[in-house]
Write a protein that binds this ligand. Structure first.
Ligand SMILES: NC(=O)c1ccc[n+]([C@@H]2O[C@H](COP(=O)([O-])OP(=O)(O)OC[C@H]3O[C@@H](n4cnc5c(N)ncnc54)[C@H](O)[C@@H]3O)[C@@H](O)[C@H]2O)c1
Length: 259
């Protein structure tokens, strides 16, 4: 099968591309704008492979997306391209609205137009897999504020959306668009929401690499507030395997939380 991966030069996208090229016989078309977060060096292990192709393009560019679908004729889309850094969304939300909301809309429409022209068998096997975050659910209560006897609360796929930053609000918007395209047009979409990832090729401004690099340099370690936040961390290569499983075995219309 041929999979169009958006944001394949990013942290999680590059792990997905490496996983697919190294562990399956599938082909990958990586569509990436190469913002500050995109790095083709994360793909050197696989970029010479005949099953890998790169398209330097912006998902907000309608003509480019239509051309890419028409030329490559993918069987599935894994959509990871996004502005992803919460702190940057606070200082400059515009790029988050543009890429995460408008870009997802442009990609959905280009994909749906292409899908409409497929035969019935191709249409029913096609998948549009949208990769999102558990930050759309907001915050869980701190364990200290929770009775010790009770089980710790967890997000489930049925938890109500309560995003709290421009980043998570833009991702929540894109999740709603993707689900609406399934209900309205019968377009076969799947959504996954995952917790924070860590692992190889993580961008140095993110918490775990930042703390490691500062520690190696003997610098102070940055702590948010009083340092009492708790996060669930997911190893990026485990996540890449989970995403591939969902994309190949998941059911259209479903949401899967990955943590
Ligand atoms: N990193 C995490 O811990 C985490 C957790 C939950 C969900 N997610 C989601 O997973 C996805 C991937 O996250 P990541 O950490 O790999 O992000 P990242 O910031 O490392 O990479 C994003 C990639 O998208 C590309 N991109 C940005 N805007 C684009 C545009 N307009 N057109 C085409 N390409 C564009 C960038 O060049 C980059 O290669 C995102 O949708 C993010 O919301 C990430």
């Amino acid at each position: 099968m041929k999979i169009l991966v958006t944001g394949g030069a990013g942290f999680i996208g590059s792990a997905v591309v490496r996983h697919i090229i190294k562990n399956t016989q599938d082909e990958v078309v990586n569509v990436d704008k190469l913002t500050y977060a995109g790095n083709l060096e994360s793909l050197v292990e696989v970029s010479d492979n005949v099953r890998y192709a790169f398209e330097h393009a912006d998902i907000c560019d309608k003509e480019a997306m239509e051309r890419i679908f028409a030329e490559h004729k993918p069987d599935a889309v894994m959509h990871l391209a996004a502005e992803s850094h919460v702190d940057r969304s606070i200082t400059g939300p515009a790029a988050f609205i543009e890429t995460n909301i408008v870009g997802t809309y442009v990609l959905l429409e280009a994909a749906r137009a292409y899908w409409s022209g497929l035969n019935e068998a191709e249409k029913s096997s096609f998948r549009f897999h949208h990769i999102s975050t558990d930050e759309v659910y907001g915050d869980l209560p701190h364990p200290d504020e929770h009775p010790a006897s009770a089980e710790l609360p967890l997000f489930t796929e049925k938890t109500a959306y309560a995003p709290s930053s421009p980043y998570s609000a833009s991702k929540a918007s894109s999740d709603h668009l993707v689900r609406a395209w399934l209900r309205t047009y019968g377009f076969p979409t799947i959504v996954t929401n995952c917790s924070n990832n860590y692992g190889p090729f993580h961008f140095p401004e993110k918490l775990i690499p930042l703390v490691i690099l500062n520690a190696l340099d003997g610098k102070a370690l940055p702590i948010y507030g009083k340092g009492d936040q708790i996060r669930d961390w997911l190893y990026v290569e485990d996540h890449a395997r989970a995403l591939y499983t969902v994309m190949t075995k998941g059911k259209p219309g479903e949401t899967y939380n990955i943590g």
